[in-house]
Design a protein around this ligand. Structure first.
Ligand code: ZN
Length: 501
């Protein structure tokens, strides 16, 4: 057994190394690579991905996992080796159940669909993308059907991003959340719009970058094991527990972009940096699901980074960096500007209160399309109707309606959106649990101290990597299931005060 376990670990590290090398190339492509590098880079990344895939679906790896199964079953569930075998088996089965022929067909279709969408979106031409989206739906169903035995056809697709979650339970959770969030959005947006002019002035790039660096350092991002570089669309990427990078972009006329996207990405990075180093390079390294990952970025960005206490500490420092721009601006005015709620068309620009409404309608349309109760050609009309019901505005076109997100046009339909809202929900649950363990956390945040919160998250969530699924983590941390109550309580308390509801 010892020898077989060693062989498994050696094989898994090789796969991990190939994937990490691919990640370095991807990071470089999105930060410093000159445009001329694009064709070769695409080929290089594909070659590495192919090698990693071949090693992952190697029948010899499957035999090793079979041989080790009795050993894993004899160990406690949370034992490191047992968990490694369990998580690797899940990855192995997912990779081997989908025929390479299908993957090739799907990838070829996706790149074609992406090209068509990239040209059709600015032209507001849904008719152009319609046949591609219909084919994407067929292929998504085909993909799901490689994993028979599901309750809902979206379940296998949800598993890819949020393992352990099911269409039925997420649908119930979201229906409940929508019923309570729509009235909150209406109550806020029927008031006079918050004034955010104090963060919409000229803020030079270098000063913004320097201040953001100070903020993420203070909350615990480790620059010995990471760095920040500029990119078009900010992201976080891990090559190892000891090398977790974040990227950022700056708008000189809007302070909120760089600042809050940096805290968001730092939240993702704290999760990755906090993984136990003994899992480095193995399938146990990294975040356990899209939802839990997003719970950390949103917890740090919104629950901490947009709180009044946070700015009691940082606002005087920000005023020192931008004395002219922020002269005479009160902490209250700044805090209100940072939490402005408005009805908007674009998901990625949406504020904390309206954001989930954008996500939930996409999730429900995914289920409806997969079930066959919504035809792809009826999507634009359904989108406008639902958008008006939830957000009170009707998208004037499809460009900023059902064509705005890349997800369905460069990947599958199903399972690609729920993680964003699950993240908001679980983030509030985790923060609530941290407060119960350490009621002094808000006072510490006011003094710019984040260690207690950061260490609690490390101990309870980060260090476990992929060992536990999201529902298991929530159970371990809160003693219950995923629940919207802490999130609703948080929104009501914060926005009730901000908007005097
Ligand atoms: Zn994120």
């Amino acid at each position: 057994m010892e020898k077989k376990l060693e062989e498994l670990k050696t094989r898994l590290l090789e796969i991990g190394d190939l994937n990490s090398a691919g990640a370095v190339l991807a990071w470089d492509q999105m930060t410093y690579m000159p445009p001329g590098g694009a064709p070769a880079r695409g080929r290089q990344m594909a070659s590495l991905a192919k090698l990693a895939q071949e090693k992952l679906i190697d029948p010899a790896l499957g035999r090793l996992l079979d041989d080790l199964q009795p050993y894993a079953e004899g160990m406690p569930y949370d034992d490191d080796d047992a968990s490694l075998i369990r998580v690797t088996r899940r990855d192995f089965e997912r990779a081997t159940k989908v025929p390479p022929e299908f993957l090739a067909r799907f990838n070829a279709h996706s790149s074609e669909a992406y090209m068509v969408w990239a040209a059709a979106r600015p032209a507001n031409d849904f008719a152009k993308v319609l046949p591609y989206l219909e084919k994407t739906l067929d292929l998504s169903r085909e993909l799901a059907n490689y994993f028979p035995g599901y309750e809902h056809i979206a379940d296998p697709l949800i598993d890819f991003a949020d393992y352990g979650m099911k269409a039925a339970s997420v649908r119930t959770l979201f229906a409940d959340l929508r019923a309570r969030q729509v009235p909150l959005v209406q109550a806020i947006t029927s008031q006079e719009e918050a004034d955010d002019s104090c963060i919409r002035k000229h803020f030079p790039e270098q000063e913004q970058l320097k201040f953001c660096e100070e903020v993420v350092r203070q909350i615990g991002y480790d620059f010995e094991r990471g760095r920040i570089d500029k990119t078009h669309h900010p992201f976080t990427i891990a090559f190892a527990v000891g090398d977790v990078r974040i990227t950022t972009r700056v708008q000189e006329e809007f302070l909120g972009e760089c600042l809050f996207s940096n805290i968001h990405e730092a939240g993702h990075a704290l999760y990755e940096q906090g993984c136990d180093p003994k899992y480095d390079g193995t399938p146990l390294q990294g975040g356990t699901s899209a939802g839990v990952h997003e719970s950390q970025s949103r917890l740090w960005e919104n629950v901490v980074g947009r709180s009044r206490g946070f700015w009691e500490f940082f606002f005087p420092k920000l005023q020192q960096v931008f004395p002219e721009q922020l002269k005479g601006v009160s902490l209250e005015a700044f805090h209100r500007a940072a939490n402005k709620v408005e009805r908007s068309l674009i998901r990625t620009d949406a504020d904390e209160v309206t954001y989930n409404l954008h996500v939930m309608l996409r999730f429900e349309f995914e289920l409806a399309m997969l079930e066959g109760s919504l035809a792809v050609r009826d999507l634009p009309a359904a989108w406008r109707e639902r958008f008006k019901a939830d957000l009170g505005i009707e998208p004037p076109d499809d460009k900023d309606g059902c064509m705005q997100d890349i997800h369905w046009y460069a990947g599958n339909i199903g399972g690609v959106f729920q993680g964003y809202t699950l993240g908001n929900v679980m983030g509030a649950q985790f923060f609530d649990a941290a407060l119960q363990a350490h009621p002094g956390i808000p006072d510490e945040i006011r003094q710019g101290k984040f260690d207690t919160l950061h260490n609690w998250l490390k101990e309870n969530i980060y260090r476990h990597g992929r060992k536990f699924t999201a529902p298991e983590l929530v159970q371990n941390v809160t003693g219950g299931e995923v629940s919207i109550e802490p999130y609703i309580k948080y929104l009501r308390a914060k926005y009730g005060e901000l908007y005097q509801l």
